[in-house]
Design a protein. Structure first.
Length: 220
């Protein structure tokens, strides 16, 4: 992209020095996660967690849906940004990794705002649509298995209100989206979503060249 600044280690270090506001609790959760198998690769960057919290505030969100919890770092960032009576529904296929974050949510005093749903996300999203109805969430964050990204996006579009925001993580997928020989299901899933988003007149769109690619889609 023309005039795109190359992100060197020194520049990234400078950005963190002047922008990142990660506190001790978040840092402890991030470091705990880093010790887990594939923990560093699967966890959102601290800067992305901070961005998610900012987006919750900018959208005046009271109801947030998260598809993919892992150890709950992003969950904690967004739950803290909600009002005291806000709700964050977070979905994961297994309770093994979310269990790591539960104690941190309690210590932050936001566990009462978090509704953790364990099970197949496709079924959970159908259940939420039946329970809450269409347009019942202000912001959706998608960071789960990539092969199902298009399905998660379509379900999220039904669940988010007009003017609400869908945030999708890993839309550059380690650079593999630009490799025509990368045809594994995860890469194919991300590529398919990116094509769908580019042609979708139902949303306003921006793909941020940050972390592993973060796409913002605002429902018209």
């Amino acid at each position: 992209m023309a005039h795109q600044t190359a992100t060197t280690p020194d520049l990234l270090s400078y950005v963190r020095e002047v922008s990142l506001r990660e506190d001790d609790l978040l840092r402890e959760l991030r470091e705990t996660t880093a010790d887990l198998p594939a923990g560093t690769a699967m966890q959102v960057m601290a800067e992305e967690g901070q961005l998610l919290a900012l987006l919750v505030g900018l959208t005046d969100a009271r109801a947030v849906l998260e598809i993919g919890t892992f150890t709950g770092y992003s969950t904690l960032c967004m739950a803290r940004a909600l009002p005291a009576d806000g709700l964050l529904v977070s979905c994961d296929i297994d309770d093994r990794w979310p269990a790591v974050g539960v104690d941190f949510w309690k210590r932050a005093g936001v566990d009462s705002r978090i509704d953790l749903r364990i099970g197949d996300a496709t079924e959970t999203l159908d259940t939420l649509l039946a329970e809450r109805g269409p347009g019942s969430f202000d912001l959706v964050f998608i960071d789960a298995d990539k092969a199902n990204y298009v399905h998660y996006y379509e379900a999220s579009l039904a669940l988010v209100r007009t003017g609400g925001l869908i945030v999708v993580d890993n839309t550059l997928f380690f650079g593999r989206v630009a490799d025509p020989t990368a045809v594994d299901p995860d890469t194919a899933g991300v590529k398919a979503l990116n094509r769908v988003l580019h042609q979708d007149s139902r949303v306003e769109l921006s793909l941020l060249v940050m972390a592993d690619g973060i796409t913002l889609a605002r429902k018209r």
